[in-house]
Design a protein around this ligand. Structure first.
Ligand SMILES: [Zn+2]
Ligand SMILES: [Zn+2]
Length: 361
């Protein structure tokens, strides 16, 4: 009897009628648990080898008893490292999506054994829906994987890219992708930028390494906030987040939340918050989302398209809808009629569009 009361209480903690995404402070590596308003769960990456007590205890505290779906970005040990420990305690009920290949490492062998026959290769454009028919569905779409057509054998650049959509809230989850052709990295971000939607939340690629998050990519997705998983007290990192990556995020006007202090750039108090476990949440139909950090602090942001004009870059002269063939000077009254999620701006006229004939200079 006591057990039954306890378990139903915990279950209430897990599912609360709102969308929740828990970015767990696992160190330099990723693990994020999505809980739909109706209580379905998706685990995006599975923590860091040798620090598995952290995600297991966090999921336990949430009152999770099983996991419906897993979406694994790539096979590095800081992204698949705790699959065995997590699934032993919280069995996987449905599908483990990943990039569908093999990788020569012990953590990969353990991962493969743990997901077993539930493993499925993601397909670009494929989507799956949580709470179907509820009127407040969560839709996860796979945008790209395995280099998005660019030849590479760099495991980071093969990352599976997922877009999470709940009403107007969109979250970009792209693992450890790169945005520069340097060292043995390839610029995958610029390739994806052309078709990328504007998002509210960006899980910053590759823990904000110097080769991630290029300006083309940031201007395309225009996140309101970035989430960065860094090493903190969990052993040695790699000098992340990198100074130049942070500079690009700040220049693009993106506030960031870090799961811990890193061992690279210092947080800039104007822009960056070291917040432990970071929880992004939204109520159905609300047009805004909250970010909870350090246990009890909460920030609220409007979704794009609602009561905000800060997206217009100050150095831009022109603006246009991504769906229109004409462009305008920024002070043209037509600019205000463009939905903010379609608005693009620049200091040069866009290719292939013509100037609005009556546009005031
Ligand atoms: Zn990583
Ligand atoms: Zn990686």
């Amino acid at each position: 009897m006591i057990f039954m009361i306890l378990s139903s209480f915990l279950l209430m903690g897990q599912k609360n009628g709102n969308f929740q995404m828990h970015f767990i402070n696992v160190g330099q590596g990723d693990a994020a648990l999505l809980i739909s308003p109706g209580g379905e769960t998706v685990l995006f990456d599975e923590g860091v080898v040798a620090h598995c007590d952290v995600p297991v205890e966090y999921l336990d505290l949430l009152g999770i008893t099983s996991i419906d779906y897993m979406v694994t970005s790539h096979y590095h040990q800081d992204h698949i490292g705790c699959t065995k420990q997590i699934l032993e305690k919280f069995p996987l009920k449905k599908i483990a999506y990943d990039r569908g290949e093999m990788y020569p490492s012990d953590p990969f062998d353990l991962y493969q054994a743990a997901v077993g026959t539930k493993r499925q290769k993601a397909v670009p454009g494929q989507r799956f829906t949580l709470d179907p028919g509820s009127g407040h569905e969560v839709v996860i779409t796979f945008l790209a994987l395995n280099g998005a057509g660019i030849e590479t054998d760099n495991e980071n650049d093969l990352s599976l890219v997922s877009l999470v959509k709940f009403g107007d809230l969109e979250i970009m989850m792209g693992g450890d992708l790169s945005g520069f052709n340097a060292s043995n990295y390839k610029d995958i971000e610029s390739k994806l930028a052309g078709n990328a939607p504007r998002v509210e939340v960006y899980k910053v690629h590759h823990h904000c390494s110097q080769y991630s998050s290029n300006t083309t990519w940031l201007n395309a997705i225009r996140p309101r906030i970035g989430i960065i998983n860094v090493v903190g007290e969990y052993g040695k990192g790699y000098g992340l987040p990198a100074e130049d990556c942070m500079e690009r995020l700040h220049k693009a006007g993106i506030k960031t939340y870090w799961t811990n202090i890193g061992d690279g750039a210092d947080p800039d108090p104007m822009w960056d918050i070291v917040g432990g476990n970071i929880v992004v949440a939204a109520a159905p139909g609300s047009h805004k989302f909250t970010v909870s950090f350090n246990g009890s602090n909460v920030h609220t942001y409007p979704d794009w398209g609602y009561n905000d004009t800060s997206v217009i870059q100050t150095d831009a002269t022109y603006g246009w809808s991504r769906n229109s063939e004409i462009y305008h000077y920024l002070n043209c009254s037509f600019i205000k009629k463009i939905k903010l999620q379609n608005l693009e701006t620049g200091s040069k006229p866009p290719d292939g569009k013509t100037l609005h004939p009556d546009c005031p200079k």
